[in-house]
Design a protein around this ligand. Structure first.
Ligand SMILES: C[S@@+](CC[C@H](N)C(=O)[O-])C[C@H]1O[C@@H](n2cnc3c(N)ncnc32)[C@H](O)[C@@H]1O
Length: 266
């Protein structure tokens, strides 16, 4: 993939400003900005956007978007696991007026206490970063397949309450970020996490947890909303018949951009 919307930059200091949980890797900053830029091409120009991350984890993806991408009105995070949501609130507080200054002060205190230059560098990054905007934000515990919980978390989101314009989801992969146990799938042991999505299969399969997830996410969206899903492996499977807007590969990741309407029909 050639980067068209995110110039090369060293984001190490921004990474250090974000609070992260060990073993919970997040999308690279540049890839996050690039995918938002590509999605934006398919959305009305200059309209303030509402972005939903339905598996927001520690909120890094949404915080990076809020800090670096102009024109966001609101970012909404939901996740089936309560574990990382306090971190998500901490990260998203960076989008509040004064949020970066407060984080810089925390990092300076840590730098003084532990005599660690990395904290001081992160503090400088927090003080010098000029945020692209100050979108409103919220974080809620919700399994993306639980329609009622999702609708309540998204209440009032989007222009005139019409829901999010853009979904950006880094799909679960690996040991620490597995799919939550399905409330609907049969054949498994209740409460047992679905197997690691592993290298995602190219063929659409309704039993694929990613396909089930995308279908569920689309039920909460307007047909013209754009969904960006990122997975590990060669491709991100879509429901049968759903035509993507675009597919990209970058390193060991694959991403798909697709209209919610295509997911609803697929
Ligand atoms: C790769 S992580 C996302 C990282 C996140 N973008 C960040 O910035 O930290 C995948 C997340 O999906 C969540 N997840 C798994 N199954 C889910 C489901 N059915 N509904 C919502 N979230 C789910 C996991 O709890 C995990 O936090």
């Amino acid at each position: 993939m050639q980067y068209r919307h995110a110039p090369a930059a060293n984001h190490a200091a921004l990474d250090a400003v974000l609070a992260s949980a060990p073993g919970r890797p997040t999308l690279p900053v540049r890839l996050t900005v690039e995918l938002a830029g590509r999605a934006r091409v398919h959305l009305p120009a200059d309209a303030p956007l509402t972005v939903w991350d339905p598996c927001c984890g520690a909120g890094a993806t949404l915080t990076v978007l809020g800090l670096l991408v102009p024109g966001l009105a609101r970012v909404v995070g939901t996740d089936a696991d309560p574990g990382p949501l306090d971190l998500a609130r901490r990260n998203l507080a960076l989008l509040d007026p004064g949020g970066l200054t407060a984080r810089a002060a925390d990092l300076e205190a840590l730098a003084a206490r532990h005599d660690k230059p990395s904290y001081a560098e992160a503090a400088t990054a927090a003080r010098t970063l000029v945020p692209a905007g100050t979108p409103a934000w919220s974080v809620t515990l919700a399994d993306a397949r639980d329609t009622a919980a999702v609708r309540s978390a998204l209440a009032g989101a989007g222009p005139h309450g019409t829901g999010p314009d853009l979904v950006l989801a880094d799909l679960p992969h690996g040991h620490r970020t597995t799919w939550a146990a399905s409330p609907t799938r049969t054949g498994g042991v209740a409460g047992t996490p679905a197997p690691d999505a592993g290298p995602v299969r190219a063929a659409a399969d309704d039993r694929d947890p990613g396909v089930e997830f995308l279908r569920a996410v689309a039920t909460a969206l307007r047909p013209d909303a754009v969904v960006v899903a990122v997975g590990r492996g060669r491709t991100v499977p879509l429901p049968g018949g759903a035509r993507p807007l675009e597919r990209v590969r970058v390193g060991h990741r694959a991403a798909v951009l697709v209209r919610a309407g295509a997911l609803q029909e697929g």
